[in-house]
Design a protein around this ligand. Sequence first.
Ligand code: NAD
Length: 496
Amino acid sequence: MAIVMPDAATSFSFAPDAIEMPIGHHIGGAFVPARSEIPINRPSDNVVVPGCPLANIDVVDRAVQAAKLALRRSDWGRGQPRARTLALQRWADLIEDDATFLGQLESVPSTRPIAQIKNGDIAISAEQIRFFAEMADKEGSLLAPTRNDQMGWVASEPYGVVGAITPWNFPISMAAWKLAPALAAGNAVVLKPSEMTPFSAIRMAELSVKAGIPEGLVNIVQGDGATTGNALTGHPEIAKLSFTGSTEAGQAIMGNIARTGIKPMTLELGGKSPQIVFADADLEKTAQAIATSILANSGQACVAGSRVVVAAELAESLVSKVQTLLMKIKPGPTWDGETTYGPIISEKQLTRVDDLVQASIVAGATVLCGGGRLDRPGCFYKPTILTDVSDQSPAVVQEVFGPVLTVQTFLDEEEALQLAAHPTYGLAAGVFTRDLSRAMRVIKALEAGTVWVNRYGRSRDHILPTGGYKSSGIGKDLGREAYHANRRLKSVLIDL
Ligand code: NAD
């Protein structure tokens, strides 16, 4: 009898209640169980389960002290850099080997379908960890050109204990973006994941210990922004902070840091990114890129290309193709291996998405498709296209963080650039044209930290950093820049 292999996607399915969630912190190399104080509403089925403890200032301080002790006791920041490379590579291998369990811990409370976590988030995060692992023994101090009777150099050193705070939308990826460069650069880390998706970070920390990263180098404290986040950003012994989340929280963090001391920050914040489509664009490819970008994580991606700005003559044919593609979703719970379209993170966020759509309709928008919740259990919203929107329309101005595309049309390049510009955000932008000269002009004119041409979305070229202009952030994740952001510079001059 022939062996029938199970379909790869379907075989990822699992029962969410069968998975025991690790409710607690990870401090000094060990799991620290703690009482759930913030319940989690599973967005796939609106079932409330125990979830997140609330680390107060004492728990945060314990984690910081554990990190300091680990740096003192181990050779992590001072020893042979290659040792860091090897340990981080082992960690990446273990994360890949653990993809099933790690993916399950991630998908139950989150919006990420299990197949996308296993094939995408985990595989890519492991690559990114390896990218930073390779930097540990390749980037160092720089000798300065000085007089012959002097010797000077710019010494590059780790900070010590780095603090990190991550959002709920891509929990494993965001944790990897923060942990990998900080560790590769010789630091210890105290990471606070989102209170809505606390579990996968605990498992990543456990795997770091298994990989031989010294105990106490990776600490996870759980809790919300007001209590745990504040305690972390204001802790005097956190030497550097890296944050990904909303612009509002970024502003609050800047305020808290200004009140409690001075420390460098990397802030990866919100966006409202345009996709500019010129009349000569490849229609099929462009429609596919636009649909994929707004369906990714059901629109809950910082770089979601949520504003289509299209040449008037192409608008109808482009929008009709995008609309067809938006209908090809398979909505379902995140623990179903066949799901391609997950939920919105919470009822509160779904209401916010719908409120912005309804307010835009009041302001004159036409709903081409979608415009309401999907008729099924859980927090699901229909992929939505809004036309007839002005540049004052709520869905054009505000970060919706849901599957909502607005469409605006232009007559010439100047108008396209005017529509594409956003008063505050500058995270990413897409440009679709076959005209190289025009592409180059538009790239230069756009105020955005990333510009994609004839594609939309990150590739697996982890050398390209990501980060925003204007209110979309300060500093970069990924690339060499993220490694260097986790080192500080000391100028040394010796009279010989
Ligand atoms: P959020 O700002 O509500 O929360 C993010 C994290 O910050 C959570 O861990 C939260 O507990 C914590 N936090 C909130 N207030 C805080 C405070 N005052 N002090 C310290 N910590 C605080 O964001 P979210 O809803 O989890 O994520 C969605 C947002 O993240 C969107 O705006 C999205 O654009 C942004 N984001 C940006 C990027 C990027 O690379 N630029 C990537 C992913 C998400």
